[in-house]
Design a protein around this ligand. Structure first.
Ligand code: GLA
Length: 408
């Protein structure tokens, strides 16, 4: 069998120790605290969030850690100065940004996800000052597992606590999620929808989060695959995906154009698919737009179907729903890519009950629902298929539903 590589999650104490030591090295002394936030998978409901729809993410045990200390009056720097270092950046140099200089497109790069959150909280009227922070992470970067949201959300819970904003309960976390989304949309320039931030801030250990993006309401659904003899295998295809590029934004724009043409606020309001497709027929690109709409409407229905199956304890039956979702993302929404298709096809051929790409697409990760005893064999089969197809070696992890962002 082909060799397989696995991405381990750090023990929380290790993540905390890493950033605490790096903080002392860069800034001297101890941080006010260490906070962390998870990456996520998504069981079902893709490209539905920005359409007011339904999705069902779950937090990963892989987290981003931030050691943070708020500005003190006597450190000689402006109160709005932020100094940052990331262990993920070659050289790990300290970057200094003034919160007064943050805005659309400024700064670029990874620091946007940190200072963007402080900026968004300030824009929302919260008294947030500058700070020193060091970040480190075991969430694979660029793997479609929400490393960006994990970074934003770790900073959000840290700033909430050091400034006593009182946003620690679920309603407060929804406010923090909004600030993180604003940072991503408004500063980093990625027109993403909000599922990732809700997952990182509002998930519950052992549960998937059924999120209704029309009104932000949630339901925690027990996701205990192990007791059913099952596991969710995550396949990081190593095909790096980018959300700040045109493909994601163009899908979102097509959906918004379709909703406007149909006279509804979002595609969530579309209940009669055939009637909607007939009404879209006058658009010059009716065929393509119709397929985009069909994906969104059918994926919302698949979320309800998975909810029903999980509630009924019929977990194995979720598999084919995942595979149907993959076909819809590949053929109707056209956000898959060769690596993702090979991953899903090889996993199902090797006995997975079903699988699909997750996240924005064009790279990143896929999930496969497999019998617990088949995890290694399915991973080996996928790695073998990648090798035969001349693709980069994939990496794997097994998703267990972990806890939300918080103090470490
Ligand atoms: C990315 C975005 C999310 C969501 C997914 C697709 O992960 O950040 O907001 O739109 O893609 O479901």
């Amino acid at each position: 069998m082909t060799e397989t590589s696995w991405v381990a999650a750090w023990a929380p104490a290790d993540g905390t120790a890493r950033v605490t030591a790096a903080f002392a090295e860069h800034f001297g002394g101890a941080p006010d605290g260490v906070w962390s936030a998870p990456g996520r998978i998504n069981v079902i409901g893709e490209h539905t969030d920005y359409n007011g729809g339904l999705c069902m993410p779950a937090a990963l045990p892989h987290r981003t850690y931030v050691a943070l200390r708020t500005r003190s009056a006597d450190d000689g720097l402006p109160r709005s100065a932020v100094r940052l270092a990331s262990a993920q950046e070659a050289g790990g140099d300290v970057v200094t940004v003034d919160l007064a200089d943050v805005g659309p497109g400024r700064p670029g790069g990874w620091t946007a996800y940190v200072v963007g959150v402080a900026w968004a909280l300030r824009e929302a009227g919260h008294d947030v000052a500058g700070f020193d922070a060091v970040v480190d992470s075991c969430v694979p970067y660029g793997a479609g597992l929400s490393s960006s949201a994990a970074l934003e959300c770790s900073v959000a819970v840290a700033l909430d606590e050091v400034h006593g904003l009182g946003l620690g309960d679920d309603a407060g976390r929804a406010v923090l999620a909004e600030a993180c989304i604003r940072a991503e949309n408004g500063v980093a320039g990625a027109a993403t929808g909000g599922m990732d931030q809700a997952a990182s801030l509002r998930c519950r250990e052992g549960h998937a989060l059924l999120l209704d993006c029309r009104d932000g309401s949630t339901r925690h659904i027990p996701l205990d695959l192990e007791s059913h003899g099952l596991a969710l295998l995550v396949i990081d295809t190593r095909a790096e995906h980018q959300l700040a590029d045109g493909q994601y934004a163009s899908r979102r724009a097509a959906c918004e154009r379709a909703a406007a043409h149909l006279g509804v606020a979002t595609l969530r309001e579309v209940t009669e698919l055939d009637a909607a497709l007939a009404a879209l027929a006058t658009l010059p690109d009716a065929e393509v737009v119709g397929r985009r709409v069909r994906h969104v409407v059918t994926d919302n229905a698949r979320v309800r179907e998975v909810e029903r199956l999980l509630d009924a304890g019929d977990v194995e039956a979720v598999g084919p729903v995942l595979t149907a979702a993959h076909a819809s993302l590949r053929d109707d929404y056209e956000v898959s890519c060769r690596e993702l298709d090979v991953a899903v096809d090889a996993a199902t051929a090797a006995g997975a009950l079903g699988g699909r790409m997750i996240g924005g697409g064009f790279g990143g990760s896929a999930i496969a629902l497999v019998l617990r005893d088949d995890v290694d064999a399915v991973a080996g089969a996928v790695a073998g298929a990648f090798a035969r197809e001349g693709l980069a070696e994939p990496r794997f992890l097994v998703a267990t539903a972990a806890g939300p962002a918080g103090r470490s």
